[in-house]
Structure formats: C-alpha cells, structure tokens
Write a protein that binds this ligand. Sequence first.
Ligand code: FES
Length: 260
Amino acid sequence: MSVRKESKTRQKTAVKEKAQVSAKLIPIYIMGKRYEVPEGLTIMKAMEYAGYRFIRGCGCRGGTCGACGTVYRKPGDYKLQVALACQKTVEPNMYLAQIPFFPANRAQFEFAELTAAPEEIFRLYPELFRCVACNACTKACPQGIEVMDAVSALKQGNIAEVARLSFDCIQCGLCASRCFGELAQYHMFQLARRIYGARIAPRAQHLADMVRKVKEGRYDGMLEELKRATVDELKKLYQEREIEPIGAGEDWRPRDTRYL
Ligand code: FES
C-alpha cells in the first residue's frame, strides 16, 4: 500500500470531519509518529483520519484483494503481528506500518508447458522443502487458511488438496512475511490452483456444450440485435431481465430459454 500525507486543504477537511466524530480518541503510532484517532476505526480509516491518503494498493477495502498488509506491535509485547488494514481495528498505542508489497520469490514459467506433475512445482519452488513446520504462516493468515497444512500437502504432491485448502487465499503475502524458511506460500498455492483448474479438475460438460454452441454461431444473430439496439433499448432489456431468485437450485431455468 502506498500512502502520502494530505495537502493542507484536505487536512483541513479531515480536521472538520474529526470534529464530527464523537468517539473516544486513542493514541496510535503510524510509522513511528503518534496520532490520536477514534477508537473502532479500521487501521485504514484511522490512517485516513490521521491525514494519509491511499494513492494505490488499497483496492477493495473489503478484505478480498490482499493489498493492505500491515505489520504492528502492541505495547509491552515483543511479538510482531500482521493484519489487513481494511479489516483490523486500531488498538491503543499500537505501533504500525504498511507493507506496500512483499517481494517474495515468484517463479517464472510458461504455464502452457507445465503438466500436473508435482515435481514441476518442486523444481520451480525448491525452497518448499525448507519448511520447518513452525506454523507461523497459519497464524499470520488473515483468511484463516491452514497454510502449513497446504504446504505439507504440496510437499506430498497433493495438488488438489492444496487447491482446496488455499481456495480463500487473497495473495496478501503475510504468510511469506513471517516464514522462517523464506517460502512464498501464496505464490506456490496460486500455481497449484492454476494447475488444478487447468489439468486436474474434471471438465464441465455444460461449459463444453456452451462453447460448442457459441462456435457454431447460435448466438451471432442475438449479438447483432444487441449491437443495433439503442442505449434506451439496452437499458430496458437490462431492467426487465429475469433475475435468478436468491437461493435458486441447480435446476432453475429462466422462462425465456432462447439464450440457453
Ligand atoms: S484493501 Fe483489499 S484486502 Fe484490504
């Protein structure tokens, strides 16, 4: 995440907003400097309250993009902690700093040349076997992933299990930041998931059928109709479209089946 201090005008606006906030103020230290911020804010909002503006790397603000890795320590505690700035709320006297980007090793490869043989991942990431099973990666994961278990599965060549265990990974890199063995777990897992999707997972017959229909030109006429439509006509079509009900089962079908 990249941040910079705000201009004077923006700082004045921030000061006004501060006056409107009635929550109790607590001290925190952002990159060594003390600020007072309302309790209950996330680290990201607290930094903005303190006058910082995120100019890149703060993506989703919802805990899904992994761009806002933060390292912090609480007073009297030797232990460094990690968190997502958009999720973790501030605590009194927390010392924190952003991790703009974690420069873990990311192997170079031609994906099309890779097979599902686990040895290929071993060759690309030989440091995998430096894992000492300390579990620091699992403790650091803001997604609650059993990172060390996924590393073990990868060492055993079980790519499907790695894909399953790491499905919720958001690539924040916090596991790698705490790893004694200097592994880049998140990059290894991403490769495993890609291999699983491309080479191991069963093919979906309905997808193959749809691709065939598209290639046969089944939708060409409909596409042309859409291309000729005015903006208002497109809006009407969009607004009147039949929406799949929430909780609809696998067998749900729209009334108009022309597009299936
Ligand atoms: S901003 Fe996307 S995870 Fe925090």
